[in-house]
Design a protein around this ligand. Structure first.
Ligand SMILES: Cc1cc2nc3c(=O)[nH]c(=O)nc-3n(C[C@H](O)[C@H](O)[C@H](O)COP(=O)(O)OP(=O)(O)OC[C@H]3O[C@@H](n4cnc5c(N)ncnc54)[C@H](O)[C@@H]3O)c2cc1C
Length: 386
């Protein structure tokens, strides 16, 4: 399917990024996609290939070994990966936007030198641990505690639903230091998961979709961190988390667009081939209506994601644009996947075809990095402030 409707919006470099990502996705990621889903397989063989293209250090400056691309390029890469394998796209997006982005924006020069080259080269995989078993949307109600004892921070508590958790080396961790100060009492740390004593990774969650994206809890039992593992200053954690999620949400919007596009592409092919009542089902107006609605919502969602990316690149406020893009694209993605199943009839309901996977993969985009209900709260509160 053509992406022409938005190509004119992209610079020459961004168009090159799109064709490179599309090519890579089709040649290297697509052949693994069914195994990734059916066997809940983490596609580790893709890590060196993704890093060779710069996709594991999309915004990392060249001096640290990254691709130093803009956020529009990042959106384009995530969309192309999600079109063939949503699990791979979220492994990449959690690493780039949830782990690398806060390091780029809040870490000291020493911390950047220590972490960015390994993250950009794929030697280290990143993750982000904000949610807990008893709190997700209400991120200020953190119970994982950090207590300063002399020069050491002592961490105790459990984080939940950590994307990349079972495979990750570097974690952006959020903890509560002063509960009475609520969101102002939260700290952020950079933690080396595999070498820090007292860190244990929970079992891999058995999920509905994005089955190859590994998710787990992480427990911190009297974990001792030095002061140079604090990210930013004490009390800045909540701001770091919220600003990181603003960018992350654009990536989720692009992920949702990629999944929806896959649903439309498969449906178009099926509508041309499958015959009913003596003609291809694509000749029946009801099927045409589904296809037309899918195409409109995909193009609208993509434009919203790219527009939010462009605002971010231009250093304009983008909290509302990002929340709107995520809300619209994730709901459009679920609707497109449902329509895709409907167009495939009975074949849409079995695993022989990929459309049932698109629905399972699309659903998570309405939940993580802020549910649709939370996006509506963010959008309305921004509108009332503006
Ligand atoms: C596969 C997966 C991967 C994830 N990856 C990560 C990750 O890498 N890092 C991380 O930190 N977290 C991650 N999460 C957690 C995710 O961000 C949370 O699940 C999500 O924010 C919702 O939090 P919750 O599950 O605690 O639901 P709750 O906050 O308990 O919400 C339950 C319901 O109540 C609604 N609700 C809550 N508050 C309000 C309100 N004020 N107004 C209206 N409705 C409300 C919600 O929208 C939802 O429908 C992941 C989750 C999943 C499932």
């Amino acid at each position: 399917m053509s992406t022409e409707n938005v190509e004119f919006e992209l610079t020459e470099e961004q168009r090159l990024v799109r064709s490179t990502a599309k090519d890579f996705a089709e040649k290297e990621v697509l052949p693994l996609a069914r195994k990734v889903d059916h066997e809940h397989y983490f596609p580790k063989e893709l890590i060196p290939k993704l890093s060779a293209l710069g996709f594991l250090g999309v915004f990392v400056p060249e001096e640290f070994g990254g691709a130093e691309l803009d956020f529009v390029s990042y959106s384009v890469i995530v969309e192309e990966l999600a079109r063939v394998c949503a699990s791979t796209s979220v492994i990449v997006s959690a690493h780039n936007s949830l782990c690398i982005w806060p390091i780029l924006n809040h870490a000291s020069d020493e911390q950047k030198k220590r972490y960015l080259p390994k993250l950009a080269s794929g030697e280290s995989l990143g993750c982000f641990a904000l949610s807990e078993p008893s709190t997700g949307s209400d991120a200020a109600a953190q119970t994982c505690m950090s207590k300063k004892e002399g020069d050491t921070w002592v961490i105790n508590g459990v984080k939940n639903w950590v994307t990349n958790g079972p495979e990750a080396d570097v974690c952006i961790l959020f903890t509560m230091e002063n509960p009475e100060e609520k969101h102002k009492g939260i700290n952020a740390f950079i933690v080396d998961l595999k070498t820090t004593k007292g860190v244990s990774i929970g079992k891999k969650e058995d999920k509905l979709g994005i089955c190859g994206s590994p998710t787990s809890s992480i427990t911190f039992d009297n974990v001792e961190l030095s002061n140079d593992q604090l990210l930013g200053t004490p009390g800045l954690g909540f701001k770091i988390a919220m600003s990181t999620l603003d960018g992350g949400r654009i990536g989720i919007a692009s992920q949702a667009v990629g999944i929806a596009r896959a649903a439309l592409e498969d449906s178009l092919q099926y509508a041309r081939e499958r015959k009913a009542f003596g003609k291809p089902i694509g000749q029946h107006q009801s099927i045409q209506n589904h296809l037309a609605d899918m195409s409109c919502s995909i193009d609208a969602a993509r434009l919203m994601a790219l527009s939010a990316s462009r605002r971010k690149d231009a250093k304009l406020p983008y909290t509302r644009a990002a929340a709107q893009a995520k809300l619209f694209a994730s709901e459009a993605s679920v609707q497109c996947a449902l329509k895709g199943i409907q167009i495939h009839g009975g074949y849409g309901y079995v695993r022989e075809f990929n459309v049932e996977r698109y629905l399972r993969d699309a659903k998570i985009t309405e939940i993580y990095e802020g549910t649709s209900e939370i996006q509506r709260l963010v959008i309305a509160s921004q509108l009332l402030k503006e």
